[in-house]
Design a protein around this ligand. Structure first.
Ligand SMILES: Nc1nc2c(ncn2[C@@H]2O[C@H](COP(=O)(O)OP(=O)(O)OP(=O)(O)O)[C@@H](O)[C@H]2O)c(=O)[nH]1
Ligand SMILES: [Mg+2]
Length: 305
């Protein structure tokens, strides 16, 4: 039994799930990393970096939010992989207490339009206008926001900058207000529900997105084989999959230079995230047409989250 002042009793603790959705490249993963305060979700300058949902946990005294970063929703590219990614966004929306729809300041295209149509009317939505640091004349934001607000009755509209951290607390306050009352679902110090295996594969994929040319990242995937913790060291065996022999040669590079750079950068990030030494072995293999076969994608674990 404890006595609490009336004001505190009135603000019940809240908890729930919030999806971060939007077209590719608007900064959804950067936003997830910003709210969680850790680099959980991989990012790059190239669209469609995120392929699977990534959950990050934010714990405040008044609330616990499970943020779910999702693949960018787009309708131009129609491979089996793209279909699976789009389906994953649509499926996840049904399980959410609220959504934050991310757009890029002053940019609105047909993918944004397709995304907003997908938002279920019964799920409350907050509009986050990201990359405001790029807008020198902030007066331009108001007509842009007004235009978007015609599409839907948003619970709140918050201009933010995920890279600079501007207005992030305002965004979190607006989102917490939409959550149902309830206790914490996870311990206060937990930041994710994903496995170390998942992060190992993703960190390698991030380096492929960052170090390879414009097309090749889209033909690559990463699978983790052996993952063993022994004597405080993680021994990780990873395979980079490509679609063609020629692509394999490029990923490996002259005298193995490219592969070495990819593996070194990924290993350093893994060591930082896992807080321990990593011994990483990486191979490159050809799996023909993996982006075009739903059966292969299913076997690879895509789309079954
Ligand atoms: N200037 C600026 N750039 C940003 C901001 N947020 C993200 N970016 C950049 O935008 C690019 C895309 O960011 P991501 O977080 O990977 O975008 P995403 O929406 O997750 O993209 P997909 O996973 O491909 O759908 C990266 O180069 C980020 O650094 C921001 O607030 N300001
Ligand atoms: Mg992303």
């Amino acid at each position: 039994m404890s006595w609490r002042p009336a004001s505190k009793a009135a603000t019940a603790h809240r908890a729930g799930r919030i999806a971060i959705v939007g077209r590719p490249n608007v900064g959804k993963s950067t936003l997830l990393n910003r709210v969680v305060g850790s680099r959980l979700s991989i990012t790059s300058r190239k669209p469609q970096t995120t392929r699977r949902r990534v959950t990050g946990i934010v714990t405040r005294p008044d609330a616990q939010i499970l943020f779910v970063d999702t693949p960018g929703y787009q309708t131009e590219h129609r491979s089996a992989l793209n279909r699976v990614m789009n389906r994953s966004v649509a499926a996840c929306l049904r399980e959410m207490d609220a959504v934050v729809w991310v757009v890029e300041a002053l940019k609105y295209d047909e993918n944004d339009a397709a995304m907003i149509k997908l938002l279920p009317p019964r799920v409350p939505a907050v509009l986050a206008v990201n990359k405001t640091d790029r807008v020198s004349d902030k007066r331009l934001l108001l007509p842009f926001i007004e235009r978007l607000s015609r599409h839907r009755d948003f619970a709140a509209v918050v201009p933010v900058s995920a890279t600079k951290g501007t207005q992030i607390d305002e965004l979190l306050d607006a989102l917490v207000a939409l959550l149902p009352p309830g206790p914490r679902l996870y311990d206060a110090d937990e930041i994710t529900t994903e496995s170390e295996r998942f992060f190992a594969a993703e960190l390698l994929r991030e380096k492929l997105f960052r170090l390879l040319g414009d097309e090749l990242p889209y033909a690559t995937a990463v699978e983790i084989g052996r993952f063993k913790l022994a004597g405080g060291v993680r021994h990780i065996h990873a395979v980079i999959l490509v679609e063609k022999d020629g692509q394999k040669a490029i990923v490996i590079g002259r005298r193995g230079d490219k592969l070495k750079a990819v593996a070194t950068l990924a290993r350093r990030d893994m060591e930082r995230l896992f807080g321990g030494k990593v011994f990483l072995e990486v191979w490159v293999k050809v799996r023909r047409g993996w982006t075009e076969s739903e059966t292969t994608l299913k076997r690879m674990g895509y789309g079954d989250q």
